[in-house]
Structures are given as structure tokens and as C-alpha cells.
Design a protein around this ligand. Structure first.
Ligand code: 5GP
Length: 237
């Protein structure tokens, strides 16, 4: 596999073409942003942790019947993935009130939700990623109703699987963000994509409720690097 042209440079990841048109190389960076890009920083070792944890979670999900873009790990910071036609949505699944939901519902952080809540954000930099519902998504052709149903089914299954895996490591899964894409080299099947890491999930210690995720960076709590390393240690050692 030969690393080709840079296809996309994101805040936390870069994506390269390869000599296989169906495969891309994702490089995980240590750079971190928050507050819609207003806050910048570097979390040493984050890229290595996110690459390893994402590979770990994608493999665990595959073993339980959830297909993703993940093909294989090819370096400390790099994974090979299937090239997908990305759906312009961020799918947030929540089990416990935290982050933006605190202000939106007027409930204290840590309030359990009776059922998992699914939210959609439209990936649009110029609009500032506004929240959408299923009707907006269908009305402006972001995805079809069949794709939305599929995404919700997979997102809820991912939630159940990850909750169980994390609980066994004394970690509560508070909420997380997923992205999906269409496998255009096949029959257009919707596959899980992006990453699963402390950058896009909220992880709390079951007993102490210590935050083990990017909220430590977002909220200047200190111990950011240590939290990422602790998650890697608990999940993979
Ligand atoms: P909230 O809406 O409370 O800020 O975020 C909910 C969950 O989705 C959190 O786990 C957060 O990490 C994740 N999330 C929401 N938006 C983004 C985003 O733009 N990038 C990343 N990496 N994660 C996000």
C-alpha cells in the first residue's frame, strides 16, 4: 500500500489517497480544537491513543456484526479504511445528560435519560453544524428514510455494545458522536465511519465520575494527556 495525495486535512485527522482507489489512509494527529475551532491545543500522544482505541472498538463491533470502514492498522497513528461517500451528518447518542444537553433541557449534568436519545447535526461549516431532525434530513436529501432508519438501528446497537464493553472496565458511556458513509464500491450499504475515541465520546469513571475524555481539554481541567492514556490502558491492557 502506497501513501498518495492528501485528500482532506481536518482538525484532528488527515486523510490520504492510496494506490488502491477503494482505500484511504487516516492519520491521527495530536492537535485538538474546541468551541467550534476557537480553542486550539496539542494533546501529546492523543493521535496514537485515538488510532489504537478506534481500531479496538471497530474490531469489537465487527465481531458483533457491525460493519465499519476500518480495514487494518498500518502504523502507530495510521489506519487503512474503505473510501466511502460520507453522509453529511453527525449522529449523537446520549445515555446521560452532559455537554450541550445541560443547557438545552435545563437538567443537571449526570441526569440519567430514560431511553437513549439520538440527535443529528448537519455537517456544514458555514452554517455552524445546526441540529436537524429526521424530516429535515429527508426534505433536503441529506439521506433517505431507509438510510436514516439504518443509521438509527446501527447507532443504538453500537451504544449497547460499547456500554457493555466499557462497563466491564469501570467506565460509563455518557454520550458519543458517530458518522456514516455509503460503500459506493459495493451496493451503497451504509457503514460506520470516522473514529471512536475520547475525542468524540464522553467517558466517566463508574465510581468517581472522573472525566476520561476531551472534556478535560474543552473545560481546562488538566490531566488531559493522562485521561487519554488511562482509557487506552483500561481498554487494551
Ligand atoms: P455535545 O452536543 O454535548 O457537545 O456533544 C455530544 C457528544 O458528541 C460528545 O461525546 C462529543 O464528544 C460528541 N461531539 C459532538 N460534536 C462533535 C464534533 O464536532 N466533533 C467531535 N469529535 N465530537 C463531537
Amino acid at each position: 500500500m502506497v501513501k498518495g495525495n492528501l485528500l482532506y486535512e481536518g482538525k484532528a485527522k488527515s486523510v490520504y489517497e492510496t494506490d488502491d482507489p477503494g482505500l484511504l489512509l487516516v492519520y491521527f494527529k495530536d492537535d485538538a480544537t474546541a468551541a467550534n475551532g476557537a480553542k486550539h491545543g496539542v494533546i501529546p500522544g492523543k493521535g496514537v491513543v485515538n488510532n489504537k482505541l478506534s481500531a479496538f472498538f471497530f474490531k469489537q463491533l465487527k465481531d458483533r456484526g457491525i460493519k465499519s470502514h476500518f480495514v487494518e492498522t498500518v502504523g502507530e497513528r495510521e489506519m487503512l479504511v474503505k473510501r466511502l461517500d460520507m453522509i453529511k451528518l453527525e449522529i449523537v447518542v446520549r445515555n446521560i445528560v452532559a455537554g450541550s444537553l445541560v443547557g438545552r433541557l435545563g437538567l443537571p449534568e449526570g441526569t440519567p435519560l430514560n431511553v437513549p436519545v439520538i440527535e443529528y447535526d448537519y455537517k456544514s461549516d458555514e452554517l455552524g453544524d445546526p441540529m436537524l431532525n429526521r424530516w429535515h434530513i429527508m426534505a433536503i436529501d441529506v439521506a433517505t428514510i431507509d438510510e436514516v432508519n439504518r443509521i438509527e438501528h446501527v447507532a443504538l446497537s453500537v451504544n449497547t455494545i460499547l456500554r457493555d464493553i466499557l462497563r466491564a472496565k469501570n467506565v460509563d458511556l455518557i454520550d458519543f458522536k458517530l458518522e456514516f458513509g455509503r460503500d459506493v464500491s459495493g451496493d451503497g450499504e451504509v457503514l460506520l465511519a470516522d473514529e471512536i475515541s475520547p475525542d468524540n465520546c464522553r467517558f466517566w469513571d463508574v465510581v468517581t465520575h472522573e472525566k476520561l475524555d476531551k472534556d478535560r481539554f474543552r473545560n481546562d481541567m488538566g490531566g488531559v494527556e493522562e485521561a487519554y492514556q488511562e482509557m487506552l490502558r483500561r481498554l487494551t491492557l
